[in-house]
Design a protein around this ligand. Structure first.
Ligand SMILES: Cc1cc2nc3c(=O)[nH]c(=O)nc-3n(C[C@H](O)[C@H](O)[C@H](O)COP(=O)(O)OP(=O)(O)OC[C@H]3O[C@@H](n4cnc5c(N)ncnc54)[C@H](O)[C@@H]3O)c2cc1C
Length: 410
């Protein structure tokens, strides 16, 4: 089914477009023929997931292929703990389906409203020093490339797989992907509210010990409500933090007071009904304290004292995808947000200066201020990705203005 001149806005409402053609295929055969038609009739073509990226990855005046109707598991190998999943499947639907086969994702992020292909395409992650991004679990993929050819990429084609795991939708339309999963597990969630010095003093050892460890710094009185974080009545803005740890437990373990035990996929996602515009950078894990302290100091300056969204700190294991922000290094991620409608850009730019100076790489789905030449120097695999991209999309039909600025030299 194709719609003409239908307008689109992302979750954050900071990106919008009116593509000439919007395709919403309901079967795989339709996705292939729609994508081929789009390649012929539009100047450029972009795959669309759930629209949860803050960066302009999707907007185009050409064609958009919305994959949200191509959902579900297509194959499950319980012995190898692998499943094949259609690209448009929402992570929120995946949890119960995998659970019914005794399987689960090894980790998840703060929400589960993204499509699995969209989340993998940007290197979406949760927290856990021993756990990689979602895309690091991709073992196979079937996509239709920029020349209209259907390709299968498995572990026997590692060069292509390393490009396809975090592809920004620039290699083709992902019809189906296979993930390495783990046995279904329960998590106990432990939340506490230490002050900043205590968090910093224990962060490295907690990150090394806990399955999931993360914390949020809450600069202002209104900070908790912006991310819907419960806080005790006596908390102090600018000092008290929100610290979260998960450990794997047996299903029948009785929850202790104030602590929750549940199926993993029900523990991970938080609730975000207040809009925000987020920037997030990955840095070497060894820079965790310096990076978080640098951003906290910015929040204390008169210039940025009005910024109220929490500062979030998470850990991610290194991987080998060419464009993964955690490629080749165990990482810590630092994220901050601006309030829609307010002039938060000077704050985000100052955060960029601090984090870029410490070796930061951008989360592709979030706001950032890197130029194409800078990205080439901070991603060792950038030119390897570019070679695969040119093989898959020789006419560069899958790049929009944003990606052309980042990808094409000169
Ligand atoms: C409230 C909120 C919370 C978030 N929390 C986290 C978090 O905890 N951790 C984290 O890392 N990120 C987080 N994000 C960012 C989000 O996970 C990423 O931006 C993710 O890529 C969005 O997935 P999507 O399905 O919405 O894809 P979209 O935003 O629609 O698209 C993202 C990219 O994927 C491509 N794409 C989509 N579908 C396909 C397909 N079938 N084939 C090929 N390419 C495709 C698109 O072309 C685009 O380049 C959050 C975002 C929001 C709004």
């Amino acid at each position: 089914m194709v719609a003409f001149d239908s307008s689109w806005t992302n979750w954050g409402q900071n990106q919008s477009a009116t593509p000439a053609f919007t395709y919403r295929p309901e079967t795989e055969a339709a996705a292939i023929s729609d994508f081929r038609a789009a390649l012929e009739c539009a100047t450029e073509v972009r795959p669309l997931g759930a629209g949860h990226s803050f960066s302009p990855l999707v907007p185009t005046a050409g064609a958009v292929v919305d994959m949200r109707r191509l959902t579900g598991l297509t194959d499950v190998d319980t012995a190898r703990r692998r499943a094949r999943i259609r690209g448009g499947t929402l992570i929120s639907d995946l949890g119960p389906e995998l659970w019914s086969h005794g399987l689960a994702l090894a980790n998840q992020g703060d929400i589960d409203r993204q499509t699995i292909a969209g989340a993998c395409a940007t290197g979406t992650h949760g927290s856990g020093a021993r756990l990689g991004t979602l895309s690091s679990a991709v073992t196979w993929m079937r996509l239709i490339d920029g020349a209209g050819q259907v390709r299968e990429i498995g572990e026997d084609r590692m060069r292509e797989l390393r490009a396809a795991r975090t592809s920004l939708g620039a290699l083709g339309l992902v019809l189906e992907l296979e993930l390495q999963l783990v046995e279904a597990y329960h998590l106990e969630e432990i939340v506490d509210y230490p002050d900043w010095p205590e968090v910093q003093g224990s962060a490295a050892s907690m990150a090394a010990t806990w399955r999931h460890f993360s914390y949020l710094y809450l600069p202002r009185t209104e900070s908790p409500e912006l991310y819907e974080l419960p806080v005790p009545a006596d908390w102090t803005p600018g000092s008290t933090c929100y610290r979260k740890r998960y450990r794997e437990v047996a299903a029948d373990q009785a929850p202790r007071e104030g602590q929750a035990v549940d199926r993993s996929y029900r523990v991970y996602p938080g609730s975000f009904s207040v809009k925000f515009h987020e920037l997030e950078y990955f840095l070497p894990a060894s820079q965790a304290r310096e990076a978080a302290t640098g951003v906290r100091e910015l929040l204390a300056t008169p210039r940025h004292r009005g910024q109220a969204y929490p500062l979030e700190v998470r850990w991610v294991r290194g991987d080998d995808a060419y464009l993964s922000p955690s490629s080749g290094r165990d990482s810590v991620t630092i994220s901050v947000s601006g309030k829609p409608g307010e002039s938060y850009e000077p704050y985000l730019r100052d955060v960029h200066e601090v984090l870029a100076g410490l070796g930061g790489r951008p989360h592709w789905g979030k706001l950032h201020y890197f130029t194409g030449p800078e990205l080439r120097s901070i991603y060792p695999g950038f030119s390897d990705f570019e070679k695969v991209r040119r093989e898959f999309d020789p006419r560069s039909k899958l790049l929009n203005t944003h990606l052309r600025d980042l990808m094409l030299e000169g």
